[in-house]
Design a protein around this ligand. Sequence first.
Ligand code: SAH
Length: 453
Amino acid sequence: MNTLPLFFNLNNKTVLIVGGGDVAHRKAVLMAKAQARMVVIAKNFDEDFINFLNQIGATYHQKSYEPSDLDTYQPAIVIGATDDHAVNVALHGDCQARGISVNIVDTPELCDFIFPAIVDRDPVVIGVSSNGKAPVLARLIRAKIESSLPSSIGKLAAKAGEFRAKVKDALPTITERRYFWESVFERALADRQIGPLDDELHSFIDQGKQGGEVYIVGAGAGDPDLLTFKALRLMQQADVVLYDALVSPEILELCRRDSQKIFVGKKRADHAKTQEQINELIVQYAKAGHRVLRLKGGDPFVFGRGGEEMLACQAAGVPYQVVSGITAALAAGSCAGIPLTHRGVATSVRFLTGCYQTNDAFDGLKSAYQPDETLVFYMGLHALPKIVDSLVASGLPSDLPIAIVSNASLPTQAVLTGTLSDIVAKQQADGVSAPAIIIVGKVVELYQPQKPI
Ligand code: SAH
């Protein structure tokens, strides 16, 4: 981080602007918004600018800048916006000598601070900066944020400020107050109707919203961009996060910063916690009044044992919701460029596992293989030879294409292709690593070994 974003209270502080053109005018408008006391010095002023300065009653002097101006006005900050480079450089040097922070517009090397692109929903203010590297990008990001924020959010924030003391009296614990404000602001951010805050507070108290709940959430295959909006929302409001080995650090990073994060990962033969212990933990935390996020790789209900966690919540009478995620088979197909169904090639898909509870190995297709279907194996890499033997024994042609997609959707994604007759040797020689999805069927012929953009 090259610069630290700070929000500077300029109310009643002096800002000196040197320059009388368009650029200086724009900065003066900004300074007026921030209620700064402004002094503007320029040899020549644009007429519009003079009109503006007269209108707001700011001080200005038509004269050349001199270093003594800094001593006369003792500004908190200085903005240099002349088109005379020598003046800008001198102004910068004079400020440095006096320890005054200065910004020479559009000259990053002469700036102690920079102006971000601003979203102004007073009292909510958002600044976006690329540290002068890509101002256009910063502006586009600002536009994106601008369009995703309901226009009423500033007014609501102002009202919330006035209402804080009342909430504090009505809800004695910090946790209760946080739940209340989250429930109000989340609905506001989703453009939903918010009643008068008094009514909101009463209905919150009536509902006894303090009880805990459980979110069983699919985090997708690994790429944070594949999270659902709903997953992200719940991740940002959970108090306790119980997460799996398959949840990437980048995704975990998006959970509420001060949430308690507990690793309950299960890797083959190395279970940090048994499923029963996980079920118990979920229920226990929820009953203690927490919002518990059970964050799982892929989709919770596809080889994820999310069903068992749901049943545990039901048995304990704990409220819960399940949020689907992009399961590994789908991510592997799309990220590797292998369609799982394809007109004229495959009309159905079967999701299988290479790891059964009973014997920890693939125990064969339960029903006959159809030549126009795609088989997708989860947890199959360790059992690849057994899977291949079993498929061939079931009558699948040994030249049937097969692909292993490892770390689908992640920067480390790798794909190994072959046929049922040579894939085991290829994997042994120059294999890919777990986690991996195995795709068997003619659709694999559509694979092009180039990196998607
Ligand atoms: N519920 C998860 C599956 C959990 S089982 C889901 O819906 O995706 C774990 C298996 O998922 C792994 O053994 C592997 O086969 C597969 N898997 C998970 N993430 C993967 C990834 N990024 N790339 C390839 N396979 C993955």
